[in-house]
Design a binder for this molecule. Sequence first.
Ligand code: ADP
Length: 600
Amino acid sequence: MFRSKLLWRLYTGYVAIILISTLVVGIQLSRQLAANSLEEIQHSLAVSSELLAAIAKDSLLAPSPDSNSSALQAMLVELGVSTESRLTVIATDGRVIADSRELPQSMDNHRQRPEIIDALETGAGIASRYSQTLQQQMMYRAVAVTNNQQTLGFVRVSLPLATIDNRLAQLRLIVLLSAGIVALAALILGFYFAKRFTDPLLKMTEAAEAISQGDYERRITVDRQDEIGQLAAAFNRMARSSAQRMTEITLDHNRLSNIFAGMVEGVIDVDQQQKIIHINQVAADLLGLSVTNCINQPIWEQVRVTEIINALEQALETREVVKAQMRRSTEEDDLVVDIYAAALQNEKQESIGAVIVLHNISELDHLERIRRDFVANASHELKTPITAIRGLTETILDDADMPENIRHDFIERVHAQSLRLSSLVTDLMTISRLESDHQEKSFHVFDLVELVRRSAVACKAICLEKQLDLALELPNDAIMINGDNQAISQLVDNLVDNATKYTNTKGSIKVSLCRKEGQALLTVKDSGIGISPQLQQRIFERFYRVDKARSRELGGTGLGLSIVNNIAEQHGGTVSVESQLAKGSTFIVALPLENFSENS
Ligand code: ADP
């Protein structure tokens, strides 16, 4: 397409120029040649007629020119043959005296011939016309033969115009042929040069098209040093740098995509029209979108979160980083997301869109709330015994006359409150140690059976006191686990202690231990007050107590099960509860076994 267009456009223009110039030159040349040859003929007619005048002068000077006309006639015939022209000698009255072609007697009077009239008037005359005598077109030149200002007669030389025309036709043919040959050669050369010019352009166009379609390795081979060669070289350089830039862009793009994909934050990139250009999976998951579906869609259509849209609009307007937060509460959990929106600008400081970063801080927020609650609860829990101790001691101090039995009762209550304070502080310290100390350095392998047995023995006294039936169901062989035996001991103590606390007199407690599926299962079962199903998970929370007053009365802190849960988790285990109100509770702790070689 391109080839035919440019090549043929160039070539037809070139052909037109060649043809027009050949035509103009040919016509001009043939005209000039015709004029030259006419001039030449006229000149030769002039020379011949002047010579003839000189020759005929003597005969015309003779007193009777007709007397020697035969000699003149013979001479004219001879001269006429040798000069290939017709020669005539005419008397002043127009009578033909001699003629090289015809007999003078047979010829009519020439006095009125235009050339003779001119010769009489001006000395020479020229005319061309059809000769009746010779039956053809002739050119005549007549000269007056004079002697001392007196006209003696006329001589006339004539040439048939056919000869002149033949000569001109020959000349024209030569001009035509030469012009034809030159034009043909020019056309062939022109085609060759036009092709030589358009071929590299065609190659360049093909290469440019290939490059635009992604073939960045495509190059042009043009072995020329001229401007086209330089253009091709420049084109190749451009292709090389485009390829290089493309590689860099692809690399940058991939790097950016990987960064986006690997980010824990959600990222949304929008253009000036607020269409989504990029969104990573985290952002899509947070907003419940599909990455592929929302690309190139306006953000306000896809993201129905007012906080995000407002932050984006504000960032685009102010060109400052805008921070916002979205909070959504679902049935399962609370979603808290920090939103950062920043406008993007190009090097001319023109806005080209914006980037939105979504930071899911639900977990952090949850932890922060737990921490706040913990501090508030701990303060409250600590404050209660302290206030009580303060009140009791102040009363004792204020009342010096207090009866001894009441004073004693007060002091016992102060003691009880201080014990409560002490166990509270101990539990708090245990929690703090468990949460901060994640190192396994205090871990070692020990026999769980032995540990459980010791704990059970330790609580025998209280069981006796409350008339509780304590049953132990322990395996004969050791169950080895790897852990902190002090912590595990506390875990068992807390569970057994709870069982004794929340089981009424004459109830029963069963502590059993077994191996199951690579785990050690510790079960503490009681026939106590039980826990309603909806509260069974909450009892593992810090300071959570089903019955606060009862727990306090029993010296509970509300931290025991939280400590149990914490210790189990630190050992890679779990704790669960099965309970029925008024029937009893079963706490099951599963701890991973130490590997079998050490167990055996
Ligand atoms: P506390 O110091 O109050 O015992 P825990 O964290 O050990 O704190 O227990 C939390 C709450 O769980 C208790 O206040 C009690 O209401 C309930 N609970 C714990 N163990 C039992 C059990 N064996 N039987 C019934 N309720 C229990």
